[in-house]
Design a protein around this ligand. Structure first.
Ligand SMILES: [Zn+2]
Length: 440
């Protein structure tokens, strides 16, 4: 009898609660190997002049106890347009059998990385040679990201996952700069998912925060504050891979800014905030994964008439004229402009402990605050800059206030114009619908 009890005890020790997850991590440098036009600021007028810090593509692969799988990929890039995400999704699908809902692509929104993707440009003036560099970089990047997904899948091994939140305060509502009568919503929560081996050693940490990566604006390649945060975390926790997931920071800036010291300091603050969560009590996550991916059409407002476009095409402002010419060319080619955009929404539900909602575009902080209030502050993680970064996504409040995030940013994104005022209701309505299904 005592012999049998001994075996049972051994079995219980060997399989602690939550260890039914398998996790794998991968990391590859995606630093451009030649001078390249940089993403983020339309005002930069020449290619990069060197590298201050390497950029990375990182992947966390997760299998639950039923073999359900997801791979979270984070990229130190300003954004990922659909025409760059699609070939990655396609190749990862044929190489590893991943469905669209099993692959999440998030970008840090660093404004000190390369331009990537094949977008029509209205705000960056690129020569044909510079366009060729961006295309070369993007073509190479696709293979690198598919490769890092493969590396993470190969690395799958038993792991324990846990979740908790911390706090950091450097994000400022940037719409108040120059308009101090505006409200100042922020979301200062730091969301942390830890991945530990069965012995408790940290193998990976995914952390989220809602703030632009715009401390620096010079010509040296670097990951801005998220790059410094990830580097500091990996130094503090040797052997672990740190992945940053950008939140709804479309209207949030790190302030003050514009020095390397500040970029490093915000990175350090974030790293400390994450480490404090890691060293405290975290909620263990049972090995049950659910994933969902859908698009919902978000309509644009009525566009200007052909005559108005012709008028704008004569503007002395390069971006306004280039944008109008692009729209006229589209009208000439097809007789119409795009009336809506397929907006991607992805949900990852881990063990019922938290649900990560990954929104496309650059969503303002109101989305984070509204959805977390609706679904629970302690168990809802709202990411943005995911799967297709194609435009700013205003809330109705921001839409009504007007300005850059509400309308003007459609020019650099080469879309017909601002969204219709229903944009927030349509997106949150779709999230509601997906949340209901995934919670069953
Ligand atoms: Zn932005």
């Amino acid at each position: 009898m005592s012999h049998v009890i001994g075996i049972l005890t051994l079995l219980l020790v060997a399989a602690p609660a939550g260890a039914a997850w398998k996790a794998g991590l991968g990391k590859v440098a995606i630093t451009p190997r030649e001078a390249i036009m940089m993403g983020g600021y339309g005002a930069r007028d020449h290619p990069s002049e060197g590298v201050r810090q390497d950029l990375y593509a990182k992947a966390l692969a997760l299998d639950d106890e039923s073999g359900r799988r997801v791979v979270i990929v984070t990229l130190d890039l300003a954004g990922i347009p659909k025409n760059l995400a699609d070939p990655i999704v396609e190749r990862a699908g044929s190489a590893y059998g991943l469905r669209r809902d099993q692959l999440m692509l998030n970008t840090s929104h660093t404004h000190s990385g390369p331009l990537a993707g094949y977008r029509e440009r209205t705000s960056y003036r690129l020569t044909a040679a510079q366009e060729a560099v961006v295309k070369r970089y993007s073509d190479h990047l696709i293979g690198q990201v598919v490769g890092v997904i493969g590396a993470a899948l190969k690395d799958l091994a038993p792991a324990n996952l846990s979740f908790e939140m911390g706090y950091a305060g450097f994000a400022v509502n940037r719409r108040r700069v120059g308009r101090r009568n505006l409200p100042q919503p922020v979301d200062h929560d730091v969301l942390v998912l830890s991945v530990r081996d069965p012995a408790g050693k940290l193998r990976g940490v995914v952390f989220g925060y809602a703030c632009h990566a715009t401390v620096l604006n010079d010509y040296l390649i670097n990951g801005d504050w998220p790059g410094y945060a990830q580097a500091d975390l990996e130094k503090t926790h040797p052997g672990a891979v740190a992945l940053f997931v950008a939140g709804c920071g479309a209207d949030q800036n790190p302030l003050p800014r514009r020095s390397v010291e500040l970029a490093e300091m915000y990175g350090r603050i974030m790293s400390i905030a994450v480490s404090q969560v890691l060293s405290g009590k975290m909620k263990p996550i049972g090995a049950e994964l659910k994933t969902a991916f859908q698009t919902v059409d978000v309509p644009f407002d009525t566009p200007p008439s052909r005559d108005e476009w012709r008028e704008r095409a004569r503007s002395a402002d390069y971006a306004i004229a280039a944008h109008a010419k692009l729209m006229l060319a589209e009208l000439g080619r097809t007789g119409k402009l795009r009336t809506s955009y397929p907006y991607p929404i992805q949900l990852l539900r881990l063990g019922g402990v938290f649900t990560l909602v990954a929104l496309g575009g650059e969503a303002v902080v109101d989305y984070s605050l509204r959805l977390r209030a609706a679904y629970g502050w302690d168990n809802t993680w709202i990411a943005s800059y995911s799967n297709d970064v194609f435009a700013y996504i205003p809330s109705l409040r921001v839409w009504k206030e007007g300005g850059y995030e509400a309308a003007d940013a459609m020019i650099p994104f080469a879309l017909p114009g601002r969204f219709a005022p229903q944009v927030e209701e349509i997106i949150t309505g779709k999230v509601d619908d997906m949340m209901l299904r995934i919670s069953k």
